[in-house]
Design a protein around this ligand. Sequence first.
Ligand SMILES: [Zn+2]
Length: 406
Amino acid sequence: MVADLRISGAQIASGPAPDGEPGVDLDATGWRVLPSAVEPHAHLDKALTAPRIPADTGNDLGAAIAQWRALVADIDGADIAERALVAVRRYAANGITTIRTHVDVPTTGDPARGVEALVELRERLRGRVTLQVCMLAGHQTPDSVLADVAARGVDVIGGCPHIASDPRAETSRMLDLAERLGLPVDLHADEQTGLPPSDAGLDIVDLAEQVLARGLQQRVTASHCVRLGMLPPDRLARVLDVAARAGLGIVTLPITNLYLQGRDATHAAPRGIAAVRQILDAGIPLAAGGDNLRDPFNPAGRADPFETTSLLMTAAHLRPLEALAAVTTGARTVLGLPPAGTAPGAVADLVLVPDVDLGDVLAGAVGARVVVSAGRVVADTRVARALDLPNPATPDLAPQPLTDVR
Ligand SMILES: [Zn+2]
């Protein structure tokens, strides 16, 4: 569909612009407008540390955690802030205008240095990229330290009950803290492929039951949920029923879990991806992202929502538009963000891509992008390409520039 789009302030406006309204008229012929993407689960404090570990590393989750703990002792706030900014620039250039980043509370050195660096970066980027800072509480860190670090301005309370000795008690501790502070919750959950003998041993069931008992529906997210992909249909249906009643949102993170999980399998290795088809069928909000970006947990990653959509289609068997929704509208729902896109009243967070087949975009084949955040162009990437080959009749992946035609 070809249409005029008017942006007023940070929102899409309806109708023609009033006479004399200042602004520019952009001719976007050859471009397609999509809602911008959301990265629902990043670790900006760890991003881009891959060059500091041996190149031939092949980590499972436990090995990655151990390697990160050895690295973090020598990492200060300035180091975190610098790498996080480099990573945010990559995410934004690729069409992501909101990032929820988890951030460790290190057990060596100043426990608040990661949160402080990212809260400061959040303020620096305000109006251009939205950062949600989620404190990733370690199970060995005392309540008093967590309360002090959270008070530095975090947006979300997170934690890792699945690696605690008593996951149920750790989930309870995180919910207590979040309730005291009035903040939403986003826990790493079931990030392993082995199954407990009963549903009660699943982090997500435990979390859902505690959320229901406390009346915290719609405020809690479970990230990873790899084990859901391992459950037989009858068990999975029961688990998703309680998760839906608790109003949980689920975040799936294909690239990092494909890297970390299944390493001990001698054959028929599991994929390490939540049961996304059944999650959607159960009416549970689904977000998808990349998780780690070039660090001990994932040496690869392009900070690109269309890398995630490509993996959702190939490795998780979502249909193209379902994959797109998981990185846009679904992710906004899970993170509690207002709708973005082209409808009047929507937030003007947009990504313009070449007007080629949408499948080419979702497959990650398209480099050129113009990214609009809150009505303002924050990134503009063109691809210069010289080919000594015949020209096709249909336009390829490099549209003409946007020009002010007023
Ligand atoms: Zn994570």
